[in-house]
Design a protein around this ligand. Sequence first.
Ligand code: NAP
Ligand code: GDD
Length: 341
Amino acid sequence: MKTAFITGITGQDGSYLAELLLDKGYTVHGLIRRASTFNTDRIDHLYRDFHDPEARVYLHYGDLSVSGQLTDLLHGIKPDEIYHLGAQSHVRVSFDMPEYTGDITGLGTLRLLEAIRRTGIKTRFYQASSSEMFGAAPPPQSERTPFQPQSPYAAAKVYAYYIVKNYREAYNLFACNGILFNHESPRRGETFVTRKITRAATRIMLGMQEKLYLGNMEAKRDWGFAGDYVEAQWLMLQQDSPDDFVIALGETHSVREFVEKVFQKLDMDYKEHVEIDPKYFRPTEVDVLLGDSSKARKILGWNPKVSFDRLVDMMIKADMELAKKEKTLLDAGHNINGRIA
Ligand code: NAP
Ligand code: GDD
């Protein structure tokens, strides 16, 4: 039985990856942050009390800013595979918190690599690199496209990408960069644009919200399903030698197209509900992302199963159920969390 260590296990990808690894018989250790509220919603269904002999998920408090503790954890767990998904992952927020983003999203990767080197454990390392690193580079983007980062987040990910390559070459580590294009799901954080749209549209439909405020609707993204993308992460660590791979569906759509599609599927006209708020524009934008993942499809045999259209349906369905639950509570006189992303 293999053992994996996941940073970012409480995030969208971490939860899907934990499910995948448990299905494959792994024992899964995850890094979680202490918070004053519960932050394990996405993995609660996987967790069993550690006194239970059947338990295969173990959670450890820690933070990517603290290197000594990461070293101790890796020394104790000695995982066969490390999936480093933890990051300050929001591009717009990275302009508000550039130093923090550099520390966690950039140096966090170095801290883990150093922990591997210092402990001398034999392990395989996955780095969650991002299509955001391509930035202003014209589409389609592949492993050969030079990076032109357009945000503090992207610059931090570029640092992490190169430090992974350097440790692979300098210390012969089995370390891979998965350069993943945008991937979404019903578990997507509510401040990312797709989820913000499906949450708002379903609430609008049930009369619980009037307007949806967005920023740049002309930006284009190559959106796929997170469940398909974590499979690629696992595949990268099962190869004979470490390498870097672009993972993408290979089609691009604008934010406007996404909104239009969602509202159309709910028989509504987005123009009656959507307004632009400059607050959501970024100082520098990534205009078009469109991935060429032919290398991963050929070498890893990676084959995404969920189309763009099915992804949209999946997200609408889940958010409609959530909105209905909220409405039931509201109608019964209860307070619900009325935050708007
Ligand atoms: P996400 O939902 O935002 O999850 C981020 C995870 O990182 C959460 O578990 C979060 O913990 C954890 N984290 C944040 N700061 C931390 C810190 N200081 N110490 C320890 N853990 C910390 O992100 P995601 O969408 O699953 O993405 C996973 C990774 O892939 C990220 O590195 C992201 O940058 C990268 N990526 C994502 C995409 C995409 O489209 N989703 C594409 C390319 C690359 P809390 O739950 O406590 O906040
Ligand atoms: N979040 C957000 N909110 N984005 C908006 C909004 C809005 O109200 N209105 C327009 N957008 C546009 C953004 O300007 C961007 O061009 C696009 O929608 C997508 O934004 P996000 O969903 O926030 O994702 P992202 O592309 O910036 O970053 C995501 O994908 C990267 C991979 O390319 C994140 O998951 C990153 O962590 C990931 O690396």
